[in-house]
Ligand binder design. Structure first.
Ligand SMILES: C[S@@+](CC[C@H](N)C(=O)[O-])C[C@H]1O[C@@H](n2cnc3c(N)ncnc32)[C@H](O)[C@@H]1O
Length: 266
């Protein structure tokens, strides 16, 4: 199943944006990861895009982890079924969250007391919390192969920004946090203080709109690189076009009739 086909089935379902879904698809087609770990699934929309990319390269698995209590309709299982991509995925639901799943994986991967990494790509897209996701980074690091990639969603997200819509996020009550904890983006802190300062990570990419950040685990020590990737979004183009037309419409009398007529339709 190709990107456009998946988009037709899951395109209107949160949470991954079509732009990041395409970024993820291109990354998978380029890097050809065999084992992908998705921490935080919700409706499984990103899971479907990743499974479709694995189907295109003909092998691999997405292990997708969420909470037992998380109820989303449509569910990840339903969306995967609609796309016919179930065989490329394993959905795991945990009682307390993905840090204990990572514990179980480390235990499984350490038969002789040394943890053998088994993932090529990991996307962390859960509670956006310093304690949980900071811990998750170090646990994922034990399981990520050299050369593998780690992606964080919600780079600039804050509890303060979420105050308008709810009083608690994934078990964390906003008013129990200090002002600094409420207004500081936790994922940005994890990325800048834990990932970028870790001796084994480089090729840092932060997306210009500050919702995604990614890094690669080095195969050998080398120089670190940092890129900010900007994209001219469709929305930007549309608002610029609207602004131009509005200005043309406002210009008294001299504006050509055709432009003035187009104004109200926008
Ligand atoms: C933004 S959604 C994930 C969206 C999905 N990756 C996508 O792009 O389609 C965040 C998910 O993280 C889950 N979550 C939050 N805290 C978690 C935890 N500690 N362990 C596992 N999942 C968690 C929530 O239940 C929710 O489904």
């Amino acid at each position: 199943m190709q990107f456009a086909d998946v988009r037709r089935v899951v395109g209107g379902v949160p949470f991954i944006t079509p732009e990041h879904a395409l970024d993820l698809t291109n990354l998978i087609l380029r890097e050809r990861p065999e084992q992908i770990l998705e921490l935080g699934i919700a409706h499984g929309t990103a899971t479907c895009y990743m499974a479709a990319a694995l189907e295109e390269i003909g092998r691999g698995k997405v292990t997708a982890v969420d909470l037992k209590v998380a109820q989303f309709r449509p569910s990840a299982e339903e969306q995967l079924e609609r796309c016919g991509l179930g065989r490329y995925t394993e959905v795991v639901r945990m009682q307390t969250g993905y840090t204990w799943f990572l514990h179980d994986q480390m235990r499984r991967q350490s038969p002789d007391g040394i943890c053998r990494p088994n993932y090529d790509l990991c996307i962390i897209d859960g509670p956006k919390n310093w304690t949980i996701d900071g811990c998750a980074f170090f646990l994922v690091d034990k399981l990520l192969k050299p050369g593998g990639w780690i992606i964080f969603d919600d780079y600039a997200w804050t509890y303060a920004a979420a105050d308008a819509s709810r009083s608690a996020t994934d078990g964390i009550t906003h008013r129990n946090l200090s002002d600094e904890e409420r207004t500081t983006p936790h994922i940005r802190e994890i990325f800048e203080l834990l990932v970028m300062q870790h001796p084994d990570y480089s090729n840092f990419v932060v997306y210009g709109r500050q919702d995604w950040a990614m890094a690669q685990k080095l195969t050998c020590s080398g120089e670190k690189t940092y890129t900010v990737r900007h994209r001219t979004e469709y929305g930007d183009l549309l608002s610029r076009a609207k602004g131009l037309i509005r200005r043309a419409v406002m210009r008294p009398r001299s504006a050509p009739a055709g432009i003035a007529a187009a104004g109200p339709k926008l």
